[in-house]
Design a protein around this ligand. Structure first.
Ligand SMILES: [Zn+2]
Length: 488
């Protein structure tokens, strides 16, 4: 079966057929860089990271564009977030933007998120946005007001509302236009705003000095780098309206052709409130954890595993229990990977354990089936857990396992768990040279020595090793399929 994607635009799973064979042009709405990213951002961008990694692993040539919003994102209060922060910090708006853009990439790098091919900034694409606004005015879909604002006339575009399934009549039926507002209809949205005297972020335009509305940047930059029609547009589900809806209307009205062909939206990350009811994590609610804080407590692979336990379209509840269970699951997988890699050097040649190659082929098939079904990463993870059980059984059976088989197991983990899901590190204890790897190598060596001591019925030595490791905060757990360790 071919790859299926749940297309929000048509509300159904559809076979994925890229516009140009073998090539995928993809755009994802990026963050507004005015503060440190929180774990809600991690859910969105890790989810799309796995989409991009999987498409590439499947052989597609992916061009991945993800913008940085550094201008024009207004708060509900009408305040610009970047300017507000700049005032608080007594810094230039572009200093704020630079600081948090760097912070964002630091966080994404730490999480193993592959960088987009292009990360265009709104502020660097003002002429492209002005050009698109001019086209919209010429085509009768936008109008300029006396104050120098430009609005999109939503009633000029009958398809407005097709993504979020809102008809204009249902929306703010009868909503009155604010007296201070110079729009024709309450639902019209800003393409360009005239800058008030205190607004520092301002540019020249045919309509006077001002700055672009938020939505137009994504239309202009997606069109510039991916063409007027491209394959996949992604984002967080909260931005379906108005942001994504406005993007489609502007782009299709200006370019005269369909915009993105597949729309993929990621469910929110929620946190239990004081009554245990999940609410969205957001800065405005003050219930957010930054990615930097989360990474102080958890390995990046554990955070990724946690995110991937829920399908990207679904919401996920962020809690210590959920993270703990993700950590345990991840440690099972990583423990098996370490064991396989530690055995590689001394493995016999020959065909011992060759029957396991079939298990690997089946595992791979199951993985592809899951991921082909709208990037079902939880299904992919479940396959890795099952595989891990079988790998442990094989390695603890006492039967010899050839180097070829061990290499095939390692390669399976590297590809599916590493290249696609990003939860299996390239280097582990045995092969690594960094400090963390060296530490892991030393711990694993002690675990191996203890296993050897136990096998030789030297329980005194085995217990001493366990006790000394416990003093260092490293707990050992003997399971039927081997000993695992963890830092307590
Ligand atoms: Zn966008």
């Amino acid at each position: 079966m071919a790859l299926q994607i749940y297309n929000v635009l048509h509300r159904e799973k559809q076979p994925f057929e890229p516009l140009h064979e073998g090539k995928v042009n993809m755009y994802v709405c990026g963050p507004t860089v005015y503060d440190h990213a929180h774990v809600g951002h991690a859910k969105t961008y890790v989810s799309f990271d796995v989409v991009v990694r999987y498409l590439r692993w499947r052989g597609y040539d992916v061009l991945y564009v993800q913008n940085l919003t550094d201008v024009g994102h207004l708060l509900d209060t009408g305040e610009d977030r970047v300017l507000k922060k700049a005032r608080q910090a007594q810094a230039l708006p572009m200093q704020i933007v630079e600081t948090y853009a760097r912070s964002y990439f630091e966080d994404m790098d730490a999480l193993g998120v592959v960088r987009p091919d292009i990360s265009p900034r709104a502020s660097c694409h003002i002429p492209d946005q002005i050009k698109m606004i001019q086209t919209l005015i010429e085509k009768g879909h936008a109008y300029v007001t006396e104050q120098g604002n430009v609005y999109f006339d939503v009633y000029s575009w009958p398809e407005y509302g097709k993504l979020s399934n809102r008809r204009l009549d249902d929306q703010e039926a009868g909503a009155r236009v604010d007296v201070r507002d110079d729009k024709r209809h309450a639902e019209d949205f800003a393409l360009w705003k005239a800058a008030e005297p205190e607004h520092i972020l301002r540019w020249d335009s045919p309509w006077g000095e001002g700055y672009p509305g938020w939505h137009i940047e994504c239309s202009a930059m997606a069109t510039k780098y991916l063409g007027p029609t491209f394959d996949i547009h992604g984002g967080g589900v909260d931005n379906i309206f108005p942001h994504n809806e406005c993007e489609i209307a502007q782009s299709e009205a200006a370019n005269g052709v369909p915009f993105a062909r597949y729309w993929m939206l990621v469910g929110s990350l929620t946190v239990p409130d004081e009554f245990g009811i999940p609410v969205k994590m957001s800065k405005s609610l003050g219930n957010f954890y930054t990615i930097k804080d989360a990474l102080k407590l958890h390995r990046p692979e554990v955070l990724r595993t946690f995110i991937l336990t829920s399908h990207y379209r679904n919401p996920i509840v962020f809690s210590e229990e959920a993270l703990d269970s993700a950590r345990k699951g991840w440690e099972r997988i990583y423990g098996a990977v370490r064991l396989v890699r530690s055995k590689l050097n001394n493995a016999p040649s020959g065909e011992a354990g060759n029957a396991f190659l079939d298990v690997l082929t089946q595992a791979r098939q199951r993985f592809v089936e899951a991921m082909d079904d709208d990037f079902n990463a939880p299904g992919g993870l479940a396959m890795l857990y099952d595989l891990t059980r079988e790998v442990n059984t094989l390695l603890n059976s006492g039967q010899p396992v050839s180097k070829t088989v061990l290499e095939a197991i390692d390669a399976t983990y590297r590809e599916l768990g590493g290249a696609v899901l990003g939860i299996v590190p390239e280097e582990t204890a045995v092969a690594g040279t960094g400090n963390a790897e060296r530490e892991e190598g030393l711990i694993q060596m002690l675990v191996d020595l203890r296993a050897q001591a136990r096998a030789e019925r030297d329980f005194g030595t085995a217990d001493r090793i366990r006790a000394r490791l416990a003093e260092l905060g490293i707990a050992l757990e003997d399971r039927p399929d081997g000993t695992v360790w963890r830092v307590d």
